[in-house]
Design a protein around this ligand. Structure first.
Ligand code: SAM
Length: 279
């Protein structure tokens, strides 16, 4: 008889590493067309803390060389339920997901991953937040599919309040559904144009930015940060650059803000994971 996924995983996680790895390889397979095949039934009905433990296991199995690392982010996305989101990013998406008619699901390629930071880069932020006092809330300006906030909420070892502000209402609905699914009262998303409504992000201990505005709007957003600094607000600013040199220069030159940690991005050469702090 089929065992409930939560029960099955709990059992697997209590077993020796060898058995855990074997189970993971049984439910996540890479086919001859280099597509990831997931046995879907083991990815639903899981609690958020259990997902956190499974993510640790996936990372352990990959570190042991027992699973192809290039599929790690797709597996983590599925565990966090940040999937099926191509329709939320319509203009650049061409190939749809292809289902093979049963419980398994085939996921192709990178697709929307251009819009989001990689988990390795987010780990830099996780480590910083875990080792820094005084961060009790964080605002993602342009939260998109929510991938960054859900990952942070899972990995950060303290209970922060997270707010994602996002222009596209469908993305907000999608991300709030995930929060509801996992009963995450501390992770919420709001439809908002943060350029027009800077009050919406006033008073946070930390801000996260990943290519949130077009280059033409960089001065507008930087102006809001300048106002926060001039008002005496103290905060951290996490900036992961996908392409945005103009935002990077503007942050580096913003009076009252200093770079406390500069890292190379794991995702793209020449890109950065920068952590700033107000003086
Ligand atoms: C590149 S995505 C980043 C997604 C997310 N932060 C992550 O790291 O996974 C940028 C998002 O910012 C949103 N955005 C752009 N301008 C905005 C604005 N003025 N107010 C709110 N959201 C905005 C876009 O709709 C898009 O979903």
């Amino acid at each position: 008889m089929f065992q409930k996924p939560e029960k099955k995983w709990t059992k697997v996680l209590s077993q020796p590493f060898e058995k855990q790895s074997k189970f993971l390889n049984k439910i996540c397979k890479v086919n001859r067309r280099d597509a990831l095949i997931l046995n879907e039934r083991y990815f639903d009905g899981l609690s958020f803390p259990l997902v956190g433990e499974i993510v640790e296991l996936v990372q352990k199995v990959i570190a042991a060389g027992e699973f192809d690392p290039s599929f790690r982010d797709l597996i983590l996305d599925r565990l966090l339920r940040v999937i099926g989101i191509e329709e939320l990013y319509p203009e650049d998406y061409e190939d749809g997901n292809e289902c093979n008619g049963d419980d398994d699901n085939v996921i192709f390629g990178e697709n929307y991953h251009v819009y989001t930071a990689c988990y390795d880069d987010l780990d830099i932020l996780v480590n910083f937040i875990n080792s820094t006092d005084g961060i009790s809330n964080l605002c993602d300006l342009g939260s998109g599919s929510g991938r960054a906030l859900f990952y942070l909420a899972m990995k950060v070892k303290k209970e922060l309040n997270y707010l994602g502000l996002e222009l596209v209402d469908e993305r907000v609905k999608f991300t709030n559904e995930i929060s509801k699914y996992f009963s995450l009262d501390n992770v919420r998303f709001q439809t908002c144009d943060f350029l027009e409504d800077p009050q919406a992000f006033h008073g946070y201990d930390a801000y996260y930015l990943y290519d949130s505005v077009g280059t033409e709007n960089v001065p507008h957003l930087i102006g809001h940060f300048k106002n926060l600094i001039d008002d005496g607000q103290k905060f951290y600013l996490f900036f992961i650059s996908g392409w945005d040199e103009i935002m990077l220069s503007a942050l580096n030159e913003l009076d009252g803000l200093k770079l406390v940690e500069g890292n190379d991005s794991h995702k793209q050469e020449g890109r950065v994971v920068n952590i700033y702090q107000t003086l």
